[in-house]
Design a protein around this ligand. Structure first.
Ligand SMILES: Cc1ncc(COP(=O)(O)O)c(C=O)c1O
Length: 366
């Protein structure tokens, strides 16, 4: 008996790695860039309030949610499209604007999802070289454009490096990129940088109809499990994305929670401040242990131990997980020496740093 043969193998279709924490009495997950500060005020109430209506279909147009987002940032709600997380929108952009044989371009060591979007549709994932310290080289990105390029993804700040691109450079990219290519400004970590940069991203989308900005409620708003994201762009792009997204892609509880959360900008300012403090604390601790850190501006640090054996980082991740501390190794990103550690509660970070200190003797086998 022959079985149906999938075109895609499942193993390449995830950015989330499973990790064995068995034996740990308590698990502190610093491996997924979630917010340790929890959901924005009002989110849990909104979820509970709307749970009683779970037998009803939600508004497929996400009208209230889009109006709330538009009001918050001074954007036209008609030019906003909501997604089941921003991930759905990245995927939808790939499906709408590229097909097999086309090229999807992004800087090296970008968010893994960009390559996955290309893989799912049989497009070619093309990476442009970076400058020093994981900086995005906009000239190299522009030089990598070919007649087959359909979509350019730029995560700002990027995951897994945390590195941000100065907005003048993003604006120049939008100006110099051929206007028939979609430029996606993936701003999943925008809440962690200057809000003026977020406003500038929307202004760039206003100036260039081929630019789409994506944002998420998963990170600073503390709603990762609710799955709510949104995109802003030209109405033609928004219409195209609405045509391919799932009809009921954002569930009613997530819509209600997002509608409440978007107004909580004082909370977001606190999250931004506390995350920056926490990042400094973690990075200083890592540097004191001998680590090198990338210039991250997001809710995680990116670090490596110079001179450590190949495989030390991955082995450390497995050992720490058994002791209840989950951090992320990056061999799937082609950066096996590097560790990505989300910011967390100070006591947990201090405990993690102590565990990492205990890992140092294992750095070299000789
Ligand atoms: C750069 C970047 N973009 C997009 C996403 C997707 O987030 P979500 O689908 O939860 O909105 C993530 C999640 O980690 C990310 O790191």
């Amino acid at each position: 008996m022959s079985l149906p043969v999938p075109y895609l193998s499942a193993k390449t279709l995830t950015v989330v790695k499973s990790i064995d924490t068995s034996g740990a009495a308590r698990v502190v997950n610093l491996g997924l860039n979630e917010s340790w500060l929890g959901p924005a005020p009002g989110v849990v109430d909104a979820l509970q309030r709307t749970a009683a209506d779970v037998h009803r279909y939600a508004d497929p147009a996400c009208s209230t949610m889009r109006m709330a987002i538009g009001r918050q940032f001074g954007l036209d709600p008609a030019r906003i499209v909501c997604g089941n997380g921003s991930e759905e929108l990245l995927d939808a952009i790939g499906r709408v604007y590229a097909r097999a044989g086309d090229e999807i371009l992004f800087p090296a060591y970008s968010f893994l999802q960009f390559a996955i979007v290309a893989y799912r549709i049989g497009a070619r994932a093309v990476e442009s070289p970076l400058g020093p310290d994981f900086s995005v080289d906009i000239d190299a990105l522009l030089a990598a454009v070919t007649p087959a390029t359909r979509v350019v993804f730029l995560a700002n700040p990027n995951n897994p490096t945390g590195v941000a691109v100065p907005m003048e450079e993003v604006a120049r990219l939008a100006r110099e990129l051929p206007s028939n290519i979609v430029l996606v400004l993936d701003c999943a970590y925008a809440e962690y940088v200057d809000p003026a940069d977020g406003a500038e991203a929307f202004a760039i989308a206003d100036r260039h109809p081929n630019v789409v900005v994506t944002r998420t409620f998963s990170k600073a708003y503390g709603m990762a499990s609710a799955r709510a994201g949104w995109g802003y762009g030209h109405s033609a792009v928004v219409t195209a994305l609405n045509n391919v997204r799932g009809i009921g892609n954002v569930n009613g509880m997530a819509q209600a929670a997002a509608t409440v959360a978007i107004a909580q900008q004082d909370f977001i300012a606190t999250v931004r401040e506390r995350t920056a403090e926490g990042r400094r604390h973690l990075e200083q601790g890592l540097i004191a242990l001998g680590f090198e850190v990338a210039p991250s501006e997001a809710n995680f640090a990116f670090a490596r131990l110079p001179g450590a054996d190949a495989g030390w980082a991955a082995a450390t991740v497995l050992r720490l997980a058994k002791r209840g501390y989950v951090i992320r190794s990056n061999e799937d990103y082609g950066l096996p020496e590097w560790l990505r550690i989300s910011i967390g509660d100070t006591a947990d970070i201090d405990a993690l740093l102590e565990l990492m200190r205990q890992e140092l003797p294992m750095r070299a086998s000789a």
